[in-house]
Write a protein that binds this ligand. Structure first.
Ligand SMILES: Cc1ncc(COP(=O)(O)O)c(C=O)c1O
Length: 288
C-alpha cells in the first residue's frame, strides 16, 4: 500500500518519481501561485477527468495563469502516467503553477507555466463508509476565493490536523454569516425530513465535482434537494449528514462536534446515494 510511484511528469517530461523535482523558484512553492486537482483512478481509468480539468482551467483563468494545456493534452499525459505506473486504483494529482522566475510577487511575463503530475495509491475506506466518521466544526479563516482550487492550503491543513488530533476525520468550516459551509477537503450535505441540503456555490466553497454528481444522483433518485445555507444548530439536528470528495466519495458523518447525528449510524438516504455513486463509478470505469 502506498508504494512510491515509479514515474512523475514534471518540466514537460516523464521523470523517475524519486528524481523528479520542481525548481527552487517555482512560484507554487514560494507564493502558492498555482492551482491543483485530484482525480480518482478506478481499474486504471480516470473518473470525472474532464470535469476536473475544466475546473482547473477555470481556476487558472481566474488567477490569470498563462499556459498551453487543454483537456486532450492533459488526458494524454495522465493516461501515459497511469500506464507507466500501472496505477489500477488510486489518484492522479496535478498542479499548474505560474512557472519559475526570480522571486518577485508581481507576475512574471513570458514564463512557461509549470505542470507537475503523478499518481498515488489511495487507502481503502470501507470501514469508514460502513460506519461513518466524526467531524469537528471550526472557524473558517480562509480567503474569499475558495472557488479556486489553489495550492494555498494552510488553513485547511491546520483545520484537518486539529480534527485528526481529536480523533475526527474532517473539520467543517463555519463562516460567519453563512453557517457551516464545507469541509477542509470536502463538501457538506445534511438531510432533514427527507430533504437534502448543501450550501450553494459561491466564492466561499469549492465547486466539488462529487457534490455536483451527488446532486444529479439525488435528482435521479427522486430525493428533493435544496442548495441553501445551514448553521451548526440545524446541522446537529439533522437526520443524516455526509460529506463528499473525489477521494472519500460519499462519506457518512455520525457525529458533528461531539453531537450524535440521528441514531449514530449512517442513514438510509446516505446509503442510497452511496450506492448510486458506486453505480456511477461502475458505469464509467467498469468498477473498482
Ligand atoms: C475545500 C474543498 N472542498 C471540497 C472538495 C471536494 O471536491 P471534489 O468533490 O471535486 O473532490 C475538496 C477536494 O479536495 C476541497 O479541497
Amino acid at each position: 500500500m502506498n508504494a512510491m510511484p515509479q514515474w512523475a511528469f514534471v518540466n514537460n517530461e516523464f521523470r523517475p518519481f524519486s528524481e523528479a523535482a520542481l525548481p527552487i523558484e517555482d512560484r507554487g512553492t514560494q507564493f502558492g501561485d498555482g492551482v491543483y486537482e485530484v482525480a480518482r483512478v478506478y481499474r486504471g481509468t480516470m473518473f470525472g477527468l474532464e470535469d476536473h480539468v475544466q475546473r482547473m482551467l477555470q481556476g487558472a483563468a481566474v488567477i490569470e495563469i498563462e499556459h498551453k494545456w487543454t483537456v486532450d493534452s492533459l488526458r494524454t499525459i495522465f493516461k501515459e502516467l497511469i500506464a507507466r505506473n500501472d496505477q489500477q486504483d488510486g489518484i492522479v494529482y496535478w498542479q499548474l503553477t505560474r512557472g519559475t522566475a526570480p522571486r518577485n510577487h508581481v507576475f512574471p511575463h513570458g514564463v512557461e507555466a509549470n505542470l507537475m503530475a503523478y499518481t498515488r495509491d489511495y487507502p481503502n475506506l470501507s470501514a469508514s463508509w460502513e460506519n461513518g466518521i466524526k467531524v469537528i466544526v471550526t472557524k473558517d479563516i480562509r480567503w474569499l476565493m475558495c472557488h479556486v482550487k489553489s495550492v494555498n492550503l494552510l488553513p485547511n491543513v491546520l483545520a484537518k490536523d486539529a480534527a485528526a488530533r481529536q480523533g475526527a476525520g474532517e473539520a467543517l468550516f463555519e463562516r460567519e454569516g453563512f453557517g457551516v459551509i464545507e469541509g477542509g477537503s470536502s463538501n457538506v450535505f445534511m438531510i432533514k425530513d427527507g430533504v437534502l441540503k448543501t450550501p450553494p456555490l459561491s466564492h466561499h466553497i469549492l465547486p466539488g465535482i462529487t457534490r455536483s454528481y451527488v446532486l444529479q444522483l439525488a435528482a435521479a433518485a427522486g430525493i428533493p434537494a435544496e442548495e441553501a445555507y445551514f448553521g451548526r444548530q440545524e446541522l446537529v439536528a439533522a437526520d443524516e449528514v455526509f460529506i463528499t470528495s473525489t477521494g472519500i466519495e460519499v462519506m457518512p458523518v455520525v457525529e458533528v462536534a461531539e453531537a450524535v447525528i440521528g441514531n449514530g449510524a449512517p442513514g438510509p438516504l446516505t446509503r442510497t446515494l452511496q450506492q448510486a455513486y458506486e453505480g456511477k463509478i461502475s458505469e464509467t470505469t467498469g468498477g473498482r
